[in-house]
Write a protein that binds this ligand. Structure first.
Ligand code: UDP
Length: 249
């Protein structure tokens, strides 16, 4: 169900519900643009109109991160809508499972040549019936973005996994979506690095206790430094907004 958090749209579906929508879009091909929203993206969207447009134009915007769930619950205390985290990597794996059942065509765009080849081999082994029609690495200038879109479109993929990191992946999807009227498009951040074994996902205990973010803070210091630029602003925005709500009552 479409709701709002800090003026951004957010869909409060469970992981299984989102997977169901994706499966429908695969069985009965139609375009489905999925954004996995996190606090950093909310802060960046305030000053990046291309990212904001990409969020606005998505068909499904899922809360990928404890921060979004916390903000939603803090700011919508009277809203009975259940909200749960929909981790992008798990969603991508479940969509791949559906693509496997339906023997669909998959394109992967992003990360380095080595990582993408390793991840593609692992995915092909895990989902033997998907057809990987195109792998394109993500390290070229943005002047080649259009050409990449044309080359991917030539292969008629049903599912396009875009691993360029945010906001590049969301913006690329939004700008080139006309090439893919019948595909699912989803930005998957660093998922290829995880599948290829370069980065480890948090052990289950951390995930079950909503502490995946903490594991990533410790295990990926570079990413932590990047996120620290936006996190205080995000918390401040939630705080300010909650005071506003109290005053309005
Ligand atoms: N990446 C890329 N091209 C670039 C910058 C990054 O393909 O110009 C890839 C990078 O190799 C990584 C992915 O984008 O696999 C996501 O990186 P990030 O760590 O930013 O992801 P997140 O923090 O969103 O998981």
């Amino acid at each position: 169900m479409r709701k709002r958090v800090l003026n951004q749209p957010i869909d409060t579906f469970t992981l299984d519900e989102v997977v169901f929508f994706a499966k429908m879009a695969l069985s009965n091909p139609k375009q489905l643009k999925i954004v996995t929203l996190n606090p950093e993206m909310i802060v960046n969207a305030m000053k990046n109109i291309e990212l904001q447009a990409a969020i606005n134009n998505a068909n499904l915007i899922v809360p990928d991160g404890t921060g979004i769930v916390w903000a939603f619950k803090t700011l919508n205390k009277n809203d009975l809508a259940k909200i749960e985290r929909v981790p992008g990597i798990e969603l991508a794996e479940k969509i791949l499972e559906s693509a496997n059942e339906l023997k669909k065509r998959v394109a992967i765009f992003g990360s380095t040549r080595t990582i993408i080849e390793k991840a593609a081999a692992i995915m092909q082994n895990k989902y033997p019936d998907i057809i990987i029609v195109k792998t394109t690495d993500g390290y070229h200038g943005i002047e080649k973005d259009l050409q990449v879109a044309e080359e991917i479109a030539d292969e008629n993929p049903d599912l396009i996994l875009v691993a360029l990191g945010s906001p590049r992946q969301e913006i690329w999807i939004n700008k080139h979506s006309d090439f893919f009227p019948k595909s699912i498009l989803i930005g998957i951040g660093g998922s290829l690095d995880v599948w290829a074994g370069k980065i480890k996902r948090a052990p289950r205990w951390f995930r079950d206790n909503n502490l995946e973010w903490f594991y990533r803070v410790v295990s990926q210091p570079k990413r932590t430094i990047r996120i620290l630029k936006s996190l205080p602003q995000f918390v401040w925005m939630v705080f300010k907004s909650s005071l506003q709500i109290k005053q309005d009552f």
